[in-house]
Design a protein around this ligand. Structure first.
Ligand code: ATP
Ligand code: MG
Length: 569
């Protein structure tokens, strides 16, 4: 992966994790680094996962070492194959390659079961018959010690027998669990005899009905890391308190490999929710059109919105890796897209809200081809020809019947420049007799002004874009805006986060007028619609062959706080 927008790793100061890794290589503690990205296949990946992917796979690439993709698939009631497929697709699309290192925690079910038996034999695990509720109350709190389970001192033989019968399906869900036998007085709640296995009579997306007991996250995760010979197990800060338990499993079982868990601060982004549970509510409740809805901060949503993989990698690299919780403003992400697209997106003219212009003195039937640059700052991107004719469309907003003083665009008896065209002057307005709505305007043009300036030196204050009416391609454009209106929709526990949804996060303009060159646009192509923003082609209508456009981002940040706190999308 080479990309001019990314600073080479050598030019960047190393973050604290890369420093640890560099030292471990330097001291000879490790000859080879192995990292992993361990998603649970219970949803699509989001921008927070991208941070972890860029970190783990990035370290792999920088050190020419493997990074494993491991599905942490131990909760069959919530996991599905479609999520597995979407995760693989997204990691690849982001530009990363796990090579032969694709794993599933479910591949280790046999070994995990054997290790659990081993823990029982060491006197370090027992079958407990307390209910989930009782286990919770027995656990105690940060200020009160826990209480030991009455089943804690069962004999090894009894535990082995019961655990095996759990596995064989003899007991009901919820009736028994296997617990580690550690310390009910530990100041760390995670060490107060955590549950290792629970009974779940649910079909697993890979192992089918082979198992009816499933291992818990902490246990599975530490052992999977050890089985795969991971050297550095990188996770988010909320697992800091789980590290002693992670180490306890490895030390007690004396595993061959002892990976080092290192925690970093997760990505928190304003104006969105990042928990998969909440994202699922948006999808299932129909608040969005799916996991890949372009308003979603999922990788697939961002892709359909028009974010490139390199823009997402650049964002992850810019925000860096630290140990302190912090918030990144959504505008930082949007700006990354804007900056990347400013460099690469060809410029085109599209009228989103068309108003017909008739140029009275332009010869009927005449068509001129105007030369338009594809990127004014990058001449190497070339130019194209845009047809000009007697009837055009301009943006409804670019005309005002009674313009205020500061309005420099078109109004009665006013003159403006048409980009790559002529000066035009408005001479009359046509209105719908019933509604009073302006349906067209009549103008005259000055044939001497082709190319954008008048020989007599007179100036115009505004330049507007246009599309020739008989050549225009009509197409829908989706104007996306932020999905939430507040910075932290999760902030108030008493208010459902969905209360903060932006009712105007999607506006479909279904009669936009494209310049004819866009008829050839392919799905996924990106453009700057001059004066409007960056847009990308989404689906191409298979019958008409016309594209549909999604707005990726406006040209300027319209969410910058004003005195009134208002927002103009
Ligand atoms: P949930 O939303 O239910 O808390 P999760 O986001 O932790 O789930 P996982 O599939 O377990 O989902 O995440 C896979 C990996 O991505 C984990 O290592 C996790 O630490 C990392 N990750 C998840 N969210 C973020 C985030 N916001 N920033 C950085 N890394 C993240
Ligand atoms: Mg998780």
């Amino acid at each position: 992966m080479t990309d001019s927008t990314e600073i080479s790793p050598a030019a960047r100061p190393l973050d604290f994790i890369r420093q640890i890794i560099a030292e471990d290589l330097h001291s000879g503690k490790h000859q080879q680094i192995v990292t992993r990205f361990p998603p649970e296949p219970n949803g699509f990946l989001h921008i927070g996962h991208a941070k972890s992917i860029c970190l783990n796979f990035g370290i792999g690439m920088e050190n020419n070492s493997p990074c494993h993709l491991r599905f942490d698939d131990t909760n069959p009631s919530k996991e599905e194959s479609i999520y597995v497929e979407s995760i693989k697709k997204d990691v690849q699309w982001l530009g990363f390659d796990w090579g032969r290192n694709l794993f599933y925690a479910s591949d280790y079910f046999d070994r995990l079961y054997d290790s659990a038996c081993q823990l029982i034999k060491l006197g370090c695990a027992y079958v407990c018959e307390l209910s989930a509720e009782e286990i919770r109350t027995y656990r105690g709190t940060l200020t009160e010690p826990g209480k030991e389970s009455p089943y804690r001192d069962r004999t090894i033989a009894e535990n082995l027998d019961l655990f095996q019968r759990m596995k064989e399906g003899e007991f009901d869900e919820g009736s028994r669990v296997l617990r580690a036998r550690i310390d009910m007085n530990s100041p760390n709640l995670n060490l107060r005899d955590p549950v290792l296995y629970r009974i779940l009579k649910v079909t697993h997306h890979r192992t089918g009905d082979a198992w009816c007991i499933y291992p818990m996250y902490d246990y599975t995760h530490s052992l999977s890391d050890a089985i795969e010979g991971i050297t550095h197990s990188l996770c988010t800060l909320e697992f800091e308190d789980h590290r002693p338990l992670y180490n306890w499993f490895l030390d007690t079982l004396k595993t061959e490999y002892h990976p080092r868990q290192i925690e970093f601060a997760r990505l928190n982004l304003t104006y969105t929710v990042m928990s998969k549970r909440k994202i699922l509510q948006l999808v299932q409740g129909g608040y969005v059109e799916g996991w890949d809805d372009p308003r979603m901060l999922t990788i697939s949503g961002l892709r359909r919105r028009g974010y490139s993989a390199s823009a997402i990698r650049k964002f992850c690299s810019d925000i860096g890796i630290g140990k302190k919780e912090s918030w990144i403003d959504m505008s930082v992400l949007e700006n990354t897209a804007r900056e990347a697209l400013n460099e690469t997106a060809p410029r085109v003219m599209v009228v989103l809200n068309p108003l017909k212009v008739i140029i009275d003195n332009y010869p009927d039937g005449q068509i001129e081809e105007m030369e338009a640059q594809n990127h004014p700052q990058r001449p190497e991107m070339g130019s194209r020809r845009v047809p000009f004719s007697r009837e055009l469309y301009i943006e409804r907003d670019d005309f005002m019947e009674e313009p205020p003083k500061k309005f420099f665009r078109l109004g009665p008896e006013r003159e403006v420049r048409l980009r790559y065209g002529y000066f035009i002057r408005c001479v009359s307005v046509v209105k719908d007799a019933a509604t009073g709505e302006i349906t067209a305007i009549h103008c005259t043009y000055d044939p001497e002004t082709r190319g954008g300036s008048a020989p007599d030196g007179r100036k115009v204050k505004g330049t507007i874009h246009w599309v020739s009416a008989p050549h225009a391609i009509s197409c829908p454009v989706r104007i996306y805006d932020r999905l939430f209106l507040t910075e932290n929709p999760d902030a108030d526990r008493n208010v459902d986060f969905k209360e903060h949804l932006n009712p105007n996060s999607l506006t479909i303009l279904d009669n936009c007028m494209l310049e004819p060159s866009l008829g050839k646009a392919q799905a996924g192509e990106q453009f700057q619609f001059e004066r409007q923003g960056y847009f990308c082609t989404d689906l191409i209508d298979s019958q008409s062959g016309t594209p549909v456009f999604n707005r990726t981002v406006t040209l300027k940040d319209s969410w910058i706080k004003t005195d009134k706190g208002s927002h103009k999308p």
